[in-house]
Design a protein around this ligand. Sequence first.
Ligand code: ATP
Ligand code: MG
Length: 451
Amino acid sequence: MRLSRYFLPVLKENPSEAQIVSHRYMLRAGMIKQSAAGIYSWLPLGFKVLKKIETIVHEEQMRAGHIPMLMPTLQSADLWKESGRYDDYGQEMLRISDRHGRDMLYGPTNEELITDIFRSHVGSYKDLPLTLYHIQWKFRDEIRPRFGVMRGREFYMKDGYNFDLTKEDALHAYNRHLVSYLRSYERMGLQAIPMRADGGPIGGDYTHEFLVLADTGESEVFYDSAVTDLTFGDRAIDYDSVEQCQGVLEEFTSKYARTDETHDEALFNEVPEERRRVARGIEVGQIFYFGTKYSEALGANVQGPDGKQSPVHMGSHGIGVSRLLGAIIEASHDEKGIIWPEGVTPFHCGIVNLKQGDAEADAACESLYEALTAAGLEPLYDDRKERAGGKFATMDLIGLPWRITVGPRGLKNGVVELTSRRSGESEELSPEAAVQKIVEIYANHQTGRGF
Ligand code: ATP
Ligand code: MG
């Protein structure tokens, strides 16, 4: 993309309504614009990152054997009346009526709708196990929408639902989700720690929230610092293997890590003192096994091998796709702006032309642009007639992890400058070597092409 032809409405001033750094930088980098409280337009740069995060989530869900689909944002209230949640959900649910006076709602989640799809089409254990998911906009009329996309009213969420014959099978699905979530967050350059959470009115031990540590997080968390040493890495996993998935769950959940809702002071005190941490975290996902709550309410039964009908065992599993943009920025920024991890960066590399209009500099930039594009990467070429200082400030603000700077002086010696946004370190290289290096860096990151 050539910046002169892009739409990147950066703001010089700090918007006064933004209380936390991610919100501030998303507004300043021209990623979002508020439409109403907690509702945003996604401008091109924000949309691009949103789609990259979404792509990672899709790829990792499909890798785990989960099946993508799409349910609508608007739902009829009938199913919610059947499950009893139409009254229970309270004011967070946006209720609408259509021209015929029918009760409708903007879906805050999809347990009812998916259970209805299941009961209409599946009746036998032979069709199980089954996990369906979608990535769709949700609406929750939050009492206090704030922090930009972090706590929106309209937000983008992946929600998946497993259907299994037995509790045992459903717990395998739970473990599969835990593994696939660990992989997803790591690909986004994030550490999200599974923490034991509160099962709410349904109870039970089978729910974990994934938390990104950040001072601006809304949850208070208590953990053994040894959990922060764990990484999933690029180990192979067989998602059909009950032992392997269970092994990962045990590895990642055996150390103390809890949110304030389930915190147990006596257990926490068993952690060696120097490893006890009290901090704040951002919830970026949650997995949940809830048994037969919805299948009983909605009559979603399956016939087992013995011919008997029984309600299907279910769980639901969510990732806050739009919240993740905020969480990633909270975890990765400095005083100049965002620092995107390679896995989700909107453009792979910036190209800054220090002397636009200089024939040699222009030609060198064009050929870098073409070489990077030919290698399947997306560069953002700042080809505007602007001062170098302004160009650097924009690049630093929007946070591309790598920048190639091209100027007549360097070109005389046959070199351009390659700079890491994270370390700030630069090196002089031939243009070919700079391209080669960028290509090698991204060969280790499975990044999808943006929109
Ligand atoms: P919270 O406790 O933050 O209100 P939740 O537990 O009600 O969230 P879930 O139903 O578990 O949310 O939804 C799955 C994921 O969707 C959450 O882990 C979070 O990342 C994201 N999410 C939930 N509410 C919002 C919101 N208002 N804005 C943005 N993302 C949200
Ligand atoms: Mg939650």
